[in-house]
Design a protein around this ligand. Structure first.
Ligand code: NAD
Length: 285
């Protein structure tokens, strides 16, 4: 199988912008797709902000190097152009199954037959999308963690129909872009990371939404008593509140109550986490 040289990233939000930047930082050409001019404006800002983040936090990331990385990324709202010559498409659109299925339906017809498709979904199974891709043997999940430049795991999870050679090829790609690839032996919603993190975040939100304790105190207990560097609400802020909100608002009754609490007290006030300067904590200074 030819080496992956051209990558298209779909959905340049919190994670898509980081994936696009990391891939470009490692020397590959990236086409970054988002839905319209307004979304592209936000994407452009996120990518430009990442040049500063990499320069500050990534060893060896000089101003020249991050500038070259940014220059390797082409932004577009033309889906056909985005995937026309891609060796690999990494999809990072919102965590809503219907949106993902719809975009796979479209790119199944627009991308060349050789193109591998990978979903960055945190909680959905690739099996739920494979029949929309037109190439179930060349489709799998490739799941990155937020703050990809330092939390560099890449969980790789196929469906029973994924070609083992494609699986291995994506493992090699992940390593080539500076990730530590982690293969999953079979499908598991939430992979390894979110199977562990999900229950922690839900339990924390339950404590705050049920008014048992203040979010900052929940974090304090977790940090002091376990030695963890971050508490669950600090993690919520890094993830951004919209993804957990989307997940919980489609969950059981208890999850929907937590989602409503998060919406009323934080999301409706524009407090979406680090990306907006405020979430459970303020980052404005
Ligand atoms: P986000 O809301 O920040 O970004 C989603 C992007 O998709 C936005 O730029 C939006 O304009 C765009 N979009 C909306 N509808 C679209 C469509 N129909 N076609 C193409 N683009 C569309 O979300 P996010 O947090 O970056 O999450 C994206 C995916 O990555 C989800 O599947 C999520 O589970 C996964 N993920 C998120 C994190 C995280 O910490 N945020 C971590 C790992 C994986």
């Amino acid at each position: 199988m030819d080496a992956i040289g051209k990558v298209a990233v779909l959905g340049i939000g919190v994670l898509g912008s980081q994936i696009a930047f990391q891939v470009a930082f490692k020397g590959l050409q990236v086409t970054a797709y988002d839905i319209d001019a307004k979304a592209l404006e936000g994407a452009d800002k996120r990518l430009n902000d990442l040049t500063g983040t990499y320069e500050k936090l990534v060893p060896g990331a000089s101003a020249a190097k991050v500038g070259q990385a940014r220059a390797r990324i082409t932004l577009t709202s033309d889906l056909a152009a985005a995937v026309a010559d891609a060796d690999l498409v990494i999809e990072a659109v919102p965590e809503v199954l219907a949106i993902k299925q719809e975009i796979y339906g479209r790119i199944s017809r627009l991308a060349p037959a050789r193109t591998i498709f990978a979903t960055n979904s945190s909680t959905l199974l690739p099996s739920e999308m494979k029949d929309f891709t037109g190439r179930p043997d060349r489709f799998l999940a490739l799941h990155f963690a937020n703050q990809i430049w330092c939390f560099n795991t890449a969980e790789v999870m196929g469906t029973p129909e994924t070609d083992p050679a494609v699986f291995e090829h994506v493992i090699c790609f992940a390593r080539a872009i500076g990730m530590v690839p982690i293969p999953l032996r079979k499908e598991k919603a939430g992979y390894i990371l979110n199977s562990l993190l999900g229950p922690l975040l839900t339990a924390a939100a339950n404590l705050a939404a049920g008014d048992y304790a203040d979010p900052h105190d929940v974090d304090k207990v977790w940090r002091i008593a376990t030695g963890a560097p971050l508490g669950p609400f600090q993690i919520f802020d890094i993830i951004g509140l919209s993804t957990p909100y989307n997940i919980m608002s489609h969950g059981d009754e208890k999850s929907q109550e937590i989602a409503a609490w998060m919406k009323k007290n934080y999301i409706d006030k524009g407090k979406l986490g680090v990306a907006t300067g405020e979430g459970f904590y303020s980052y404005k200074s």
